[in-house]
Write a protein that binds this ligand. Structure first.
Ligand code: UDP
Ligand code: MG
Length: 319
Protein backbone atom coordinates (compact mmCIF):
# COMPACT_ATOMS: atom_id res chain seq x y z
CA UNK A 1 0.00 0.00 0.00
CA UNK A 2 1.20 3.47 -0.72
CA UNK A 3 2.58 5.39 2.21
CA UNK A 4 0.08 7.97 3.29
CA UNK A 5 2.09 9.69 6.00
CA UNK A 6 2.97 13.31 5.26
CA UNK A 7 6.63 13.82 4.50
CA UNK A 8 7.02 17.34 5.84
CA UNK A 9 5.31 19.13 8.66
CA UNK A 10 1.95 17.73 9.65
CA UNK A 11 -0.91 19.05 11.73
CA UNK A 12 -1.86 17.05 14.78
CA UNK A 13 -5.32 17.64 16.23
CA UNK A 14 -5.71 16.82 19.91
CA UNK A 15 -9.30 16.20 20.97
CA UNK A 16 -10.17 16.67 24.64
CA UNK A 17 -13.70 15.93 25.91
CA UNK A 18 -14.46 17.82 29.11
CA UNK A 19 -17.37 17.70 31.50
CA UNK A 20 -17.15 19.75 34.68
CA UNK A 21 -13.37 19.73 34.67
CA UNK A 22 -12.71 23.25 36.03
CA UNK A 23 -10.31 21.85 38.62
CA UNK A 24 -7.94 20.34 36.06
CA UNK A 25 -8.56 22.04 32.79
CA UNK A 26 -6.01 24.86 33.25
CA UNK A 27 -3.29 22.33 34.00
CA UNK A 28 -4.38 20.23 31.01
CA UNK A 29 -4.21 23.28 28.76
CA UNK A 30 -0.75 24.09 30.06
CA UNK A 31 0.61 20.57 29.56
CA UNK A 32 -0.87 20.23 26.10
CA UNK A 33 0.44 23.61 24.98
CA UNK A 34 3.88 22.67 26.30
CA UNK A 35 3.88 19.86 23.75
CA UNK A 36 4.21 22.41 20.97
CA UNK A 37 7.91 22.74 21.84
CA UNK A 38 8.46 19.01 21.80
CA UNK A 39 7.06 18.16 18.39
CA UNK A 40 8.01 19.37 14.95
CA UNK A 41 4.44 19.37 13.77
CA UNK A 42 1.74 21.98 14.19
CA UNK A 43 -0.76 21.36 16.93
CA UNK A 44 -4.44 22.12 17.08
CA UNK A 45 -6.22 21.64 20.41
CA UNK A 46 -9.92 20.92 20.23
CA UNK A 47 -11.80 21.03 23.53
CA UNK A 48 -15.32 19.70 23.51
CA UNK A 49 -17.29 21.07 26.42
CA UNK A 50 -19.95 18.47 27.05
CA UNK A 51 -22.43 20.82 28.70
CA UNK A 52 -20.39 21.56 31.80
CA UNK A 53 -22.18 23.41 34.57
CA UNK A 54 -18.98 24.94 35.92
CA UNK A 55 -16.29 27.29 34.63
CA UNK A 56 -14.67 24.79 32.23
CA UNK A 57 -15.76 26.58 29.08
CA UNK A 58 -14.70 30.04 30.28
CA UNK A 59 -11.30 28.77 31.37
CA UNK A 60 -10.67 27.21 27.95
CA UNK A 61 -11.82 30.32 26.09
CA UNK A 62 -9.71 32.73 28.08
CA UNK A 63 -6.53 30.64 28.22
CA UNK A 64 -3.42 32.30 26.84
CA UNK A 65 -2.01 29.55 24.67
CA UNK A 66 1.03 31.44 23.32
CA UNK A 67 0.18 30.77 19.71
CA UNK A 68 -1.11 27.18 19.84
CA UNK A 69 -4.57 27.25 18.25
CA UNK A 70 -7.22 26.40 20.81
CA UNK A 71 -10.67 25.58 19.53
CA UNK A 72 -13.76 24.93 21.56
CA UNK A 73 -16.98 23.18 20.71
CA UNK A 74 -19.61 23.91 23.33
CA UNK A 75 -22.55 21.49 23.49
CA UNK A 76 -26.03 22.69 24.35
CA UNK A 77 -26.23 20.10 27.15
CA UNK A 78 -24.46 16.98 28.37
CA UNK A 79 -24.40 14.41 25.58
CA UNK A 80 -21.86 11.99 27.00
CA UNK A 81 -18.19 11.26 26.67
CA UNK A 82 -18.22 9.18 23.47
CA UNK A 83 -20.36 11.72 21.64
CA UNK A 84 -18.12 14.57 22.78
CA UNK A 85 -15.11 12.75 21.36
CA UNK A 86 -16.99 12.12 18.11
CA UNK A 87 -17.75 15.84 17.78
CA UNK A 88 -14.07 16.58 18.23
CA UNK A 89 -13.15 14.09 15.51
CA UNK A 90 -15.77 15.62 13.21
CA UNK A 91 -14.21 19.05 13.62
CA UNK A 92 -10.54 18.05 13.54
CA UNK A 93 -8.57 19.14 10.50
CA UNK A 94 -5.30 17.41 11.34
CA UNK A 95 -3.37 14.74 9.46
CA UNK A 96 -3.53 12.75 12.67
CA UNK A 97 -5.93 13.01 15.57
CA UNK A 98 -5.12 12.25 19.19
CA UNK A 99 -7.90 11.54 21.70
CA UNK A 100 -7.09 12.28 25.32
CA UNK A 101 -9.11 12.70 28.52
CA UNK A 102 -9.15 16.06 30.22
CA UNK A 103 -8.22 14.74 33.64
CA UNK A 104 -4.52 14.05 32.89
CA UNK A 105 -4.87 10.34 33.66
CA UNK A 106 -3.34 9.83 30.26
CA UNK A 107 0.04 11.56 30.12
CA UNK A 108 0.20 14.08 27.22
CA UNK A 109 3.98 13.61 27.29
CA UNK A 110 3.78 10.35 25.35
CA UNK A 111 1.97 11.97 22.42
CA UNK A 112 5.31 12.65 20.62
CA UNK A 113 5.99 8.90 20.84
CA UNK A 114 2.58 8.24 19.28
CA UNK A 115 3.40 10.64 16.48
CA UNK A 116 6.72 8.86 15.88
CA UNK A 117 4.92 5.53 15.52
CA UNK A 118 2.41 7.09 13.19
CA UNK A 119 5.25 8.36 11.02
CA UNK A 120 6.61 4.83 10.94
CA UNK A 121 3.45 3.90 9.10
CA UNK A 122 0.86 2.89 11.70
CA UNK A 123 -2.63 4.23 11.16
CA UNK A 124 -3.65 3.78 14.79
CA UNK A 125 -1.47 3.95 17.90
CA UNK A 126 -3.52 2.99 20.92
CA UNK A 127 -2.47 3.45 24.52
CA UNK A 128 -2.44 0.34 26.70
CA UNK A 129 -2.61 0.92 30.43
CA UNK A 130 0.04 -1.08 32.24
CA UNK A 131 -0.65 0.43 35.65
CA UNK A 132 -3.62 2.29 36.99
CA UNK A 133 -2.69 3.84 40.34
CA UNK A 134 -5.33 5.94 42.07
CA UNK A 135 -8.21 3.90 40.70
CA UNK A 136 -10.15 1.63 43.00
CA UNK A 137 -9.43 -2.10 42.93
CA UNK A 138 -13.05 -2.53 42.03
CA UNK A 139 -12.78 -0.32 38.94
CA UNK A 140 -9.60 -2.00 37.73
CA UNK A 141 -11.07 -5.48 38.30
CA UNK A 142 -14.37 -4.70 36.59
CA UNK A 143 -12.54 -3.08 33.69
CA UNK A 144 -10.40 -6.20 33.23
CA UNK A 145 -13.44 -8.45 33.38
CA UNK A 146 -15.27 -6.24 30.95
CA UNK A 147 -12.59 -6.35 28.26
CA UNK A 148 -12.43 -10.11 28.48
CA UNK A 149 -16.19 -10.47 28.28
CA UNK A 150 -16.35 -7.98 25.42
CA UNK A 151 -13.85 -10.01 23.44
CA UNK A 152 -15.81 -13.19 24.06
CA UNK A 153 -18.77 -11.54 22.42
CA UNK A 154 -17.34 -9.19 19.85
CA UNK A 155 -16.70 -10.24 16.28
CA UNK A 156 -13.70 -7.95 15.93
CA UNK A 157 -10.94 -8.34 18.53
CA UNK A 158 -10.79 -5.28 20.75
CA UNK A 159 -7.45 -4.87 22.54
CA UNK A 160 -7.45 -5.41 26.32
CA UNK A 161 -7.01 -2.56 28.76
CA UNK A 162 -7.17 0.25 26.27
CA UNK A 163 -9.06 3.46 26.70
CA UNK A 164 -9.78 6.15 24.22
CA UNK A 165 -6.25 7.57 24.56
CA UNK A 166 -4.92 6.96 21.08
CA UNK A 167 -3.70 8.49 17.86
CA UNK A 168 -5.41 7.81 14.56
CA UNK A 169 -4.60 8.89 11.07
CA UNK A 170 -6.84 11.06 8.95
CA UNK A 171 -7.76 7.96 6.93
CA UNK A 172 -9.15 6.21 10.00
CA UNK A 173 -10.85 9.40 11.21
CA UNK A 174 -12.56 9.73 7.83
CA UNK A 175 -13.99 6.24 8.21
CA UNK A 176 -15.18 7.05 11.73
CA UNK A 177 -16.85 10.21 10.47
CA UNK A 178 -18.80 8.10 8.01
CA UNK A 179 -20.10 5.77 10.74
CA UNK A 180 -23.40 7.32 11.81
CA UNK A 181 -24.35 4.98 14.66
CA UNK A 182 -25.41 6.63 17.88
CA UNK A 183 -24.32 3.95 20.32
CA UNK A 184 -20.77 5.00 19.95
CA UNK A 185 -18.16 2.77 21.45
CA UNK A 186 -15.15 4.39 19.91
CA UNK A 187 -12.42 2.03 20.99
CA UNK A 188 -14.36 -0.79 19.36
CA UNK A 189 -15.18 1.24 16.27
CA UNK A 190 -11.50 2.03 15.76
CA UNK A 191 -10.65 -1.69 15.95
CA UNK A 192 -13.41 -2.42 13.48
CA UNK A 193 -11.91 0.00 10.94
CA UNK A 194 -8.74 -2.09 10.71
CA UNK A 195 -5.48 -0.95 9.05
CA UNK A 196 -2.12 -1.22 10.74
CA UNK A 197 -2.61 -0.65 14.46
CA UNK A 198 -0.03 -0.80 17.20
CA UNK A 199 -0.15 -0.63 21.01
CA UNK A 200 1.83 1.83 23.08
CA UNK A 201 2.09 0.83 26.77
CA UNK A 202 1.90 3.60 29.34
CA UNK A 203 1.33 4.09 33.03
CA UNK A 204 -2.00 5.63 33.81
CA UNK A 205 -1.72 8.40 36.38
CA UNK A 206 -4.31 9.11 39.03
CA UNK A 207 -6.84 11.78 38.16
CA UNK A 208 -5.12 15.18 38.58
CA UNK A 209 -8.12 16.71 40.38
CA UNK A 210 -11.87 16.48 40.47
CA UNK A 211 -13.99 13.34 40.58
CA UNK A 212 -14.71 10.64 38.03
CA UNK A 213 -17.66 11.28 35.73
CA UNK A 214 -18.25 7.55 35.40
CA UNK A 215 -20.13 6.32 38.46
CA UNK A 216 -21.04 2.63 38.57
CA UNK A 217 -24.38 2.96 36.78
CA UNK A 218 -22.79 4.82 33.86
CA UNK A 219 -19.97 2.26 33.73
CA UNK A 220 -22.47 -0.58 33.42
CA UNK A 221 -24.37 1.30 30.71
CA UNK A 222 -21.10 1.86 28.86
CA UNK A 223 -20.20 -1.83 29.14
CA UNK A 224 -23.63 -2.92 27.88
CA UNK A 225 -23.34 -0.45 24.99
CA UNK A 226 -19.93 -1.82 24.13
CA UNK A 227 -21.16 -5.39 23.99
CA UNK A 228 -24.49 -4.76 22.27
CA UNK A 229 -23.10 -2.48 19.60
CA UNK A 230 -20.40 -4.98 18.74
CA UNK A 231 -22.20 -8.26 18.74
CA UNK A 232 -25.49 -10.04 18.33
CA UNK A 233 -24.24 -12.98 20.38
CA UNK A 234 -26.51 -12.10 23.35
CA UNK A 235 -29.43 -12.89 21.03
CA UNK A 236 -27.93 -16.25 20.15
CA UNK A 237 -27.36 -16.79 23.85
CA UNK A 238 -31.05 -16.32 24.57
CA UNK A 239 -31.84 -18.84 21.83
CA UNK A 240 -29.52 -21.42 23.42
CA UNK A 241 -31.08 -20.71 26.81
CA UNK A 242 -34.52 -21.36 25.36
CA UNK A 243 -33.30 -24.57 23.73
CA UNK A 244 -31.82 -25.81 27.00
CA UNK A 245 -35.14 -25.20 28.76
CA UNK A 246 -37.05 -26.99 26.04
CA UNK A 247 -34.75 -30.01 26.23
CA UNK A 248 -35.13 -30.14 29.99
CA UNK A 249 -38.91 -29.93 29.66
CA UNK A 250 -38.93 -32.82 27.17
CA UNK A 251 -36.85 -34.95 29.53
CA UNK A 252 -39.31 -34.10 32.32
CA UNK A 253 -42.32 -35.01 30.19
CA UNK A 254 -40.84 -38.34 29.13
CA UNK A 255 -39.98 -39.13 32.72
CA UNK A 256 -43.46 -38.25 34.00
CA UNK A 257 -45.20 -40.19 31.24
CA UNK A 258 -42.99 -43.18 31.81
CA UNK A 259 -43.84 -43.29 35.51
CA UNK A 260 -47.56 -42.81 34.83
CA UNK A 261 -47.80 -45.54 32.21
CA UNK A 262 -45.41 -48.18 33.44
CA UNK A 263 -45.56 -47.84 37.23
CA UNK A 264 -48.09 -47.25 39.96
CA UNK A 265 -46.56 -43.96 41.07
CA UNK A 266 -46.84 -40.61 39.38
CA UNK A 267 -45.02 -37.31 39.70
CA UNK A 268 -46.72 -34.87 42.04
CA UNK A 269 -46.01 -31.82 44.10
CA UNK A 270 -46.20 -28.12 43.46
CA UNK A 271 -42.51 -27.51 44.25
CA UNK A 272 -41.31 -28.91 40.95
CA UNK A 273 -44.10 -27.06 39.18
CA UNK A 274 -43.23 -23.77 40.84
CA UNK A 275 -39.54 -24.14 40.06
CA UNK A 276 -40.29 -24.92 36.44
CA UNK A 277 -42.68 -21.96 36.08
CA UNK A 278 -40.32 -19.49 37.72
CA UNK A 279 -37.35 -20.75 35.75
CA UNK A 280 -39.17 -20.51 32.46
CA UNK A 281 -40.57 -17.10 33.35
CA UNK A 282 -37.08 -15.88 34.13
CA UNK A 283 -35.61 -17.21 30.92
CA UNK A 284 -38.41 -15.64 28.91
CA UNK A 285 -38.07 -12.26 30.57
CA UNK A 286 -34.31 -12.24 30.08
CA UNK A 287 -34.71 -13.11 26.41
CA UNK A 288 -37.35 -10.47 25.88
CA UNK A 289 -35.11 -7.99 27.66
CA UNK A 290 -32.15 -8.77 25.42
CA UNK A 291 -34.38 -8.48 22.39
CA UNK A 292 -35.73 -5.21 23.75
CA UNK A 293 -32.23 -3.77 24.06
CA UNK A 294 -31.70 -4.33 20.35
CA UNK A 295 -35.15 -3.07 19.38
CA UNK A 296 -34.54 0.05 21.47
CA UNK A 297 -31.35 0.62 19.55
CA UNK A 298 -33.16 0.26 16.24
CA UNK A 299 -35.72 2.75 17.52
CA UNK A 300 -33.17 5.38 18.46
CA UNK A 301 -31.26 4.88 15.21
CA UNK A 302 -34.43 5.17 13.16
CA UNK A 303 -35.27 8.57 14.58
CA UNK A 304 -32.18 9.85 12.82
CA UNK A 305 -31.59 12.71 15.20
CA UNK A 306 -28.27 14.50 15.08
CA UNK A 307 -25.71 13.04 17.45
CA UNK A 308 -25.17 16.29 19.30
CA UNK A 309 -26.27 19.91 19.35
CA UNK A 310 -23.61 22.60 19.33
CA UNK A 311 -24.23 25.78 21.25
CA UNK A 312 -21.06 27.56 20.18
CA UNK A 313 -17.87 27.13 18.22
CA UNK A 314 -14.97 29.19 19.42
CA UNK A 315 -11.53 29.65 17.90
CA UNK A 316 -12.26 27.86 14.62
CA UNK A 317 -11.05 29.50 11.43
CA UNK A 318 -13.95 31.04 9.47
CA UNK A 319 -15.28 28.59 6.86
N1 UDP B 1 -16.60 13.26 30.02
C1 UDP B 1 -17.44 13.91 29.13
N2 UDP B 1 -18.79 13.76 29.24
C2 UDP B 1 -19.35 12.97 30.20
C3 UDP B 1 -18.48 12.27 31.09
C4 UDP B 1 -17.12 12.42 30.96
O1 UDP B 1 -16.97 14.64 28.24
O2 UDP B 1 -20.57 12.89 30.25
C5 UDP B 1 -15.14 13.41 29.89
C6 UDP B 1 -14.42 13.80 31.17
O3 UDP B 1 -14.39 15.20 31.33
C7 UDP B 1 -13.05 13.21 30.95
C8 UDP B 1 -13.30 11.98 30.11
O4 UDP B 1 -14.61 12.15 29.55
O5 UDP B 1 -12.22 14.08 30.18
C9 UDP B 1 -13.25 10.71 30.92
O6 UDP B 1 -14.08 10.81 32.07
P1 UDP B 1 -13.58 10.37 33.51
O7 UDP B 1 -12.16 10.75 33.70
O8 UDP B 1 -14.54 10.94 34.51
O9 UDP B 1 -13.72 8.80 33.43
P2 UDP B 1 -12.77 7.72 34.12
O10 UDP B 1 -11.37 8.05 33.71
O11 UDP B 1 -12.99 7.85 35.58
O12 UDP B 1 -13.25 6.43 33.56
MG1 MG C 1 -10.50 9.78 34.06
Amino acid sequence: MEHRMPVGKATISIVVPCYNEEKVIAETLKRLCALANRVEDDLELIFVDDGSADQTREIVKSFDSQGVPIRLIGFSRNFGHQIAVSAGIDAAKGDAIVLIDADLQDPPEIIPEMIRKWREGYEVVYGVRTERPGESLFKVATARGFYRLLNEFSDVPIPFDTGDFRLMSKTVADVLRSMPERDRFLRGMVSWVGFKQTPLPYKRAPRFAGATKYPLAKMIRFAVDGILSFSIKPLQLSVSLGMTCAVMAVIGIVYALYLRIFTDIWVEGWTALMIAVLFLGGVQLISVGILGEYVGRIYSESKGRPLYVVDEYHGFPPP
